[in-house]
Design a binder for this molecule. Structure first.
Ligand code: FCB
Length: 462
């Protein structure tokens, strides 16, 4: 079987960016090389029982050494965009102060190699690998971390800004706050429930300060760089007609979605009085919301990572007043996540309805699925379910564009099978299979499928 299992996708707008995404800790390895400092994920992986099978990112996909091959894989797909993340502990090993030239040089070479192949780099400045010394000083619970993040953003922009037209500041501040600080299933492993909220606010403040640093530093081709924030967003629905479930769903929506989008687009936090939050919590200082909303510089683009919808029930006796419940779907991924492409359409049109003209252009900066893919004896990987997943989601995305949402690009999560956080190497999200013993890369059928679809979109195929 070849990669072609579906009819051609409908035509996307001219200039639409076709991309794939990765993140530093999930692929790079080489955690102690060329001056990189330890991150919270290095520490977390070494803590007994935290990561499945005791897996670590020590080697991961060894992208730090094999990046030329990975750039060739991107080029072989015919992609026009690549979203990767810069490891803060590689560039500023202790989180503040001394800059590590070797770390900057690595990303400098990567950016050049991408541009050489006609691939526009989309660097994300923070995809969860906080330098450990900053965690020791309070992590994102400490306001100071936001200022250190802006310093680091200025360093990276000073080096890459002449070639990078567009940046993502943070990846999924909600997931980082929720799993890292509220529930403790991700690094740094704190379980503070609602007391984790300052970690959300300080990330947003870091976004605002970093945006200022990016805008006032070098720019590609003499143009002001675009600044994006990437949120994990989910359409939320009540589990039943019970008004208590509807109220719980509204609170969940406010925490997961609106807390990370309203301040940036509207300059205010959603009402969280239902969970006892005052209108102005003590950790929101005068001027913070102006910084977060860009002081008149609107966000240039909203990055949206979509995986699945969320259904919520009331939980009157729980530690939090809501509980996500299982969402039924015709098929599920290897992670047991429901496959519901329509959720992407509803999410995007819902954003447009909620924010109207305040919604900037949208970039789908992650979307994808894990399956237990295996390499057949003939060296092929038949990931038909992934093709169906991507095909369905791209059609839903196309429908949202047809309904008036301005979407500029789509990045598949992920280029490579990689280190899936607390689940270690057990979840394979790649278009390319990685053998974690030999580190051999094997393009899956979905790779050929996407290559052909992108070629057709770019007018290179019938
Ligand atoms: C997202 C993360 C990304 C990856 C996917 C599966 O929440 O941003 O790193 O783990 O989920």
């Amino acid at each position: 079987m070849t990669g072609r299992a579906t009819s051609r996708l409908p035509r996307f707008p001219d200039g639409f960016v076709w991309g794939a995404a990765t993140a530093s800790y999930q692929i790079e390895g080489a955690v102690a090389e060329d001056g990189r400092g330890p991150s919270v994920w290095d520490t977390f992986c070494r803590t007994e029982g935290r990561v499945r099978d005791g897996d670590t990112g020590d080697v991961a996909c060894d992208h730090y050494h094999r990046w030329p091959q990975d750039v060739d894989l991107l080029a072989g797909l015919g992609l026009t965009g690549y979203r990767f993340s810069v490891a803060w502990p590689r560039v500023v090993p202790t989180g503040s102060g001394a800059v590590n030239e070797a770390g900057l040089a690595f990303y400098d070479r990567l950016v050049d190699a991408l541009l050489d192949k006609g691939i526009t780099p989309l660097p994300t400045l923070f995809h969860w690998d906080l330098p450990q010394p900053l965690e020791d000083a309070g992590g994102w619970l400490a306001r100071d971390t936001a200022y250190r993040f802006a310093d680091y953003a200025a360093v990276v922009a000073g080096r890459l800004g002449d070639r990078v037209p567009r940046w993502v500041t943070l990846n999924e501040p909600f997931i980082h706050m929720a799993l890292g600080y509220a529930f403790g299933s991700h690094a740094p492993g704190r379980a503070l429930l609602l007391d984790a909220l300052p970690a959300g606010h300080h990330q947003l403040l870091g976004h605002g300060l970093a945006a200022e640093a990016l805008r006032s530093s070098g720019s590609a081709n003499g143009r002001r760089p675009e600044v994006l924030l990437t949120n994990n967003l989910t359409p939320v629905a009540p589990a039943s007609d019970d008004p208590a479930d509807a109220a719980a769903a509204a609170v969940y929506d406010a925490l997961h979605n609106r807390f990370f989008t309203d301040p940036v687009l509207l300059g205010r936090y959603p009402d969280l009085s239902a969970v006892g939050l005052p209108e102005m919590p003590p950790w929101v200082l005068d001027g913070d919301l102006a910084t977060i909303s860009g002081r008149g510089h609107h966000l240039d683009g909203l990055g949206v990572n979509y995986y699945n919808p969320t259904h919520v029930a009331a939980a009157p006796d729980g530690p939090l007043p809501f509980a996500p419940v299982r969402v039924e779907a015709p098929t599920r991924t290897g992670f047991d996540w429901p496959v519901l492409p329509g959720g992407l359409h509803d999410l995007l049109t819902g954003l447009r309805a909620r924010y109207g003209r305040a919604l900037p252009p949208v970039w789908v900066t992650e979307n994808g699925c894990s399956y237990p893919d295996v390499v057949a004896p003939d060296g092929t990987v038949h990931d038909t379910e992934r093709i169906a997943f991507l095909d369905g989601h791209l059609r839903a995305l196309h429908a949202a564009i047809a309904d008036g949402v301005d979407v500029r690009g789509y990045y598949v999560w992920s280029l490579l099978d990689n280190f899936e956080w607390a689940d270690g190497y057990s979840q394979r999200f790649g278009l390319v299979h990685v053998d974690f013993e030999t580190l051999a890369r094997t393009p899956k059928d979905s790779y050929a499928w996407l290559r052909d679809e992108v070629a057709a979109q770019r007018g290179l195929l019938p």
